[in-house]
Design a protein around this ligand. Structure first.
Ligand SMILES: Cc1cc2nc3c(=O)[nH]c(=O)nc-3n(C[C@H](O)[C@H](O)[C@H](O)COP(=O)(O)O)c2cc1C
Length: 182
């Protein structure tokens, strides 16, 4: 069976989500799945202090989007079997560049996976509802990873392997190696 082509599209302001996005690529590639990683960023990055940045709050909660740019380029979703979108949780929702991306690519992916990172536990059914509003349908898989888990390399690898296995299963091909036990 042909292996899945996977796009990972992420925004990360302080590096946690970037670490998760990049750590997914390795087990997917070991399973033979070609993976392309893209950044979606605000045209103008949010300045610190982030919790007291009025534009950040406005674009997260009211505008629910922002002007975006891509690195290295905007992905062509139709080229992928699975599109993974990763975002920090801001004020209980997705960061504005990711909200913008989902709206801009409404129902554009064959299979959509959403990964969030947060400090506290997050209710993934709530995130799925936000995705449905913006994107037009719920994600096939929604996972939240706490930043403390990302800081533990063995835990991060376990989580990445687990998510990668589910991604490959979604597309119906490939095999993900078991996570090494710590
Ligand atoms: C403005 C702002 C709002 C946040 N809101 C939440 C929240 O509602 N719940 C939560 O658990 N963490 C919240 N966080 C913490 C981030 O979700 C967490 O640090 C995340 O992993 C950061 O990802 P990044 O390093 O990729 O930017 C917030 C952080 C910022 C800066």
């Amino acid at each position: 069976m042909a292996v899945a082509r996977v796009a990972v599209v992420y925004y990360s302001r302080t590096g946690v989500t970037k670490t998760v996005a990049e750590s997914l690529a390795e087990p997917l590639r070991s399973a033979g799945a070609p993976v392309d990683v893209y950044g979606v960023l605000p045209a103008e990055e949010y300045s610190r202090p982030l919790h007291f940045n009025p534009r950040l709050a406005y674009e997260t909660l009211v505008r629910r989007g922002t002007d975006v740019k891509f690195e290295p380029e905007e992905p062509r979703l139709e080229e992928y079997d699975v599109v993974v979108v990763a975002s920090p949780v801001w004020f209980n929702t997705l960061a504005p560049p990711v909200q913008e991306f989902l709206r801009r690519h409404r129902r554009g992916a064959r299979s959509l996976v959403v990964i969030t990172t947060s400090t506290l536990d997050v209710d993934c059914s709530r995130v799925s509802r936000v995705v449905e509003e913006l994107y037009g349908s719920e994600p096939a898989l929604c996972v939240n990873v706490r930043s403390a888990q990302v800081g533990d390399p063995a835990e991060l690898r376990r989580i990445s392997c687990d998510i990668s296995r589910k991604i490959v299963n979604l597309a119906g091909g490939g095999r993900i190696p078991e996570a090494e036990s710590s």
